[in-house]
Design a protein around this ligand. Sequence first.
Ligand code: ATP
Ligand code: MG
Length: 181
Amino acid sequence: MYLKRVELHGFKSFADKSVIEFTPGVTGIVGPNGCGKSNITDAIRWVLGEKSAKALRGDNMSDVIFSGSEDRKAQNLAEVTLVFDNEDHYLDYDANEVEITRRLYRINNEAEYYINRQPCRLKDITTLIMDTGLGKDTLSIISQNNINDFVAQKPEERRPLFEEAAGVAKYKARKRESVAK
Ligand code: ATP
Ligand code: MG
């Protein structure tokens, strides 16, 4: 399983539909300051379930929608799709390619989520990626401050990361749900 493609439309500085293709192995994204490199990782975080606008370097979630420029008017919605190669069926989904989409409308702040173009809940996405190491709170994305935070954390704060890596987070979540019922 690997991230094959990121499609952005109306997300932050990506006003027009942009498609970024990845191949297995290491990919570097380079460009001048402010050209949108970090916006790509923000987009990935967003689709993987980030709920905090601050974590996406904004004040409100609608700040992820292209806000216009000198020669372009603002967009009404932001949409990002992550396409995972799932030929090894690492993701528990019966398809060789898994597309996860998140969409946000400016007008009513309404969010939509899709897995392989079928509408779903955010919870379906978090369940799909739970224990895969892709989740928004895992180390699949390491930002500049992550390392310092990790070193400074108390053992109990650090524990969920190990649980995710060990693949037991899913079972703990299911247990919590069944106990609550
Ligand atoms: P650096 O090398 O400094 O880290 P970067 O390539 O990571 O830069 P980003 O932080 O990804 O750059 O992009 C910042 C740019 O994105 C800024 O020009 C900012 O105006 C633009 N931007 C952020 N949000 C929006 C938005 N909602 N609409 C339009 N442009 C946006
Ligand atoms: Mg940056």
